[in-house]
Write a protein that binds this ligand. Sequence first.
Ligand SMILES: Nc1ncnc2c1ncn2[C@@H]1O[C@H](COP(=O)(O)OP(=O)(O)OP(=O)(O)O)[C@@H](O)[C@H]1O
Ligand SMILES: [Mg+2]
Ligand SMILES: [Zn+2]
Length: 270
Amino acid sequence: MKHIKKIIGVASGKGGVGKSTVAVNLALALARTGSQVGILDADIYGPSQPMMLNAVGVKPVLQDGGLLPVVRLGLQSMSIGYLIEETAPMVWRGPMIGKALQQLLQDTHWDALDYLIVDLPPGTGDVQLTLCQKIPVSGIVMVTTPQDLALSDVRRACEMFHKLNVPILGVVENMSIYHCPHCGHEEHLFGAGGGEKLAQQYGLTMLGSIPLDIKIREMTDSGHPPVAKEPAGPHAKAFYAVAEKVIAKLALQPKDYSSVFPKIVVEKNK
Ligand SMILES: Nc1ncnc2c1ncn2[C@@H]1O[C@H](COP(=O)(O)OP(=O)(O)OP(=O)(O)O)[C@@H](O)[C@H]1O
Ligand SMILES: [Mg+2]
Ligand SMILES: [Zn+2]
């Protein structure tokens, strides 16, 4: 995909661990470095990005047989949520899901993206398979809560990406430290450094920890994620750290020059 430099999937073993929250704030953090960033909401069943980008009810403009991305908070975005009515539950069969994802990606007129963040549904289903098999993904950011890192869901998801030859950039430990909004004290609900230890055990890089904080939920769920609303505030910081690590990890990846070289065929002398 010529007009997208790097595609990064945000995945998790199970649902509700904060993928969409991490995806949108990571996208905003990357955009603050001066990069052009897009976010593709690949959660066909429960799209969250229209809400998190304060764009519920927005309809993308049709142009040249494709769709213009919905631009919000400086991000180019596309979501199935822009295209179907919220009240009409869709029944998706496996092949349809893959098709829908490919269309959302390929029929959107992304404008020269440095990064496209793909917010995935939880688990190891058809969306993940399509993403890895049909789309050149540079890497996966795995989101987990500290207590889930030990669970088999996370391992299973990691194994799937390994098998599909998609590198896992690392793990974001979400909802790790609890900040009490009343007295300001901090509590390591699941023990300090637990995530770090487990990441090491599985040979994964820790990309950072995001505290459990009601402000993160309130801001993100109301369409004003902390990185956009309070970029200098305490809640944005944790996401910058993750973005820095992601950029560094991607920079360390070997470059694929296979497309610029002609195909070399070795033949026996006749
Ligand atoms: N660090 C955090 N502190 C407080 N609330 C959070 C945090 N991260 C996420 N949340 C909240 O938890 C809920 C679930 O988060 P989110 O929708 O990002 O999870 P998800 O993994 O994308 O879920 P799904 O599997 O349904 O797609 C949301 O209401 C979100 O605002
Ligand atoms: Mg989600
Ligand atoms: Zn307190």
